[in-house]
Design a protein around this ligand. Structure first.
Ligand code: ZN
Length: 335
């Protein structure tokens, strides 16, 4: 793990990380082994850019300067690094290989562009990882984080799902972790098989499809088609584009407010089981294709746009989250 030269000094956390590895390297060398310990700087990216914006300096210049300072600081701590084998990820000698790797994936059809919901910090003007969102706020500057749909590059890792599931078998991992991985992959593959077209994730953001009778098709992903007769309502993710198209005029303001509130929550918070389930009726009704029954359509933030098609047919009798939602909240437009 290389240091981020985003600040202008080494901090204790850096060294806290490096001591165990350095100690182990020394131990192995003392046992007569030929130990190679390279060193480097993770210098191309978000923290460096944010530091540059904050200080009003060019990221290239201050990154090089920070590396010089941190290198000298590291040397005074006398780690066993081979300084002839130093790299910095912001240099063309390094990132030409990242570019080569990306182009190789692209040429093989494994990199594609798609609209996906992301965590957006309006003051950093950047996308944040789930881990960088703390209680709905940016961990760096405390700004309220929004969910936004942005066009971005995705990798078609689902092409490898079957192999990844099969290869889990030989891994010495806890059974619980293996099970989670398998479930995740099973959902991801089913999703790309159910979806029309090649994209898979983010499919809910495709243009709506109008049926012969003038109604609109809602694409749904489920791992339990056997439970579809028990559907009592449908829930859409707040980011689902059909919400705008279909919402009843009378419900428009309430739905817009609910979406704004949901935009401030991270996906992790939205999925948290100790949060009460919330939702808002859209005034739209849907027809369940398996039995022709009319059911209400709600917007609920426990439905994620990044999972499946961003729409669920809710079956409280067979699904814990649907059950919690149905119990905690009664829809005024329900039968
Ligand atoms: Zn921020």
């Amino acid at each position: 793990m290389f240091s981020y030269p985003s600040g202008d000094k080494l901090h204790l956390g850096h060294w806290y990380n490096y001591v165990p590895a350095d100690t182990y390297a020394r131990f192995q060398r003392m046992r007569g082994k030929n130990v190679f310990q390279p060193v480097g700087f993770d210098s191309f990216g978000l923290p460096a850019e944010n530091y540059a914006i904050k200080c009003g300096v060019h990221p290239g210049e201050h990154t090089a300067k920070n590396i010089e300072v941190i290198r000298e600081q590291l040397k005074t701590l006398t780690p066993m690094y081979d300084w002839r084998s130093e790299l910095a990820t912001h240099t063309p000698e390094y990132y030409r290989w990242t570019q080569w790797l990306f182009l190789t994936l692209y040429e093989q059809g494994l990199a594609y562009r798609s609209d996906m919901p992301v965590n957006w910090c309006p003051s950093c003007q950047t996308v944040l990882a789930n881990e960088q969102v703390v209680d709905g706020a940016c961990e760096r500057d405390g700004s309220t984080v929004e969910r936004r749909n942005l066009t971005q590059w995705c990798f078609r890792i689902t092409d490898y799902a079957d192999r990844l599931i099969d290869n889990l078998e030989d891994l010495d991992w806890p059974e619980e972790t293996k099970k989670k991985q398998t479930n995740w992959w099973a959902a991801a593959t089913a999703r790309s098989r159910v979806a029309v077209g090649p994209a898979g994730a983010g499919d809910c953001l495709r243009a709506p499809e109008t049926l012969e009778d003038g109604s609109v098709a809602l694409r749904v992903f489920t791992t339990r088609p056997d439970t579809l007769f028990g559907v009592t309502y449908m829930a859409l993710a707040p980011e689902h584009p059909l919400v705008d198209v279909l919402v009843d005029e009378e419900r428009r303001d309430a739905v817009a407010k609910y979406r704004r509130d949901a935009a401030r929550l991270s996906e992790v918070d939205r999925q948290s089981t100790d949060r009460p389930k919330t939702g808002v009726p859209t005034g739209i009704s849907a027809v369940n294709p398996v039995n022709g029954e009319t059911i209400p359509v709600l917007v609920a933030d426990y439905v994620l746009a990044s999972y499946g098609t961003g729409a669920v047919m809710a079956v409280p009798a067979h699904d814990e989250r649907d059950f919690a939602f149905a119990g905690a909240w009664t829809c005024p437009c329900a039968r």
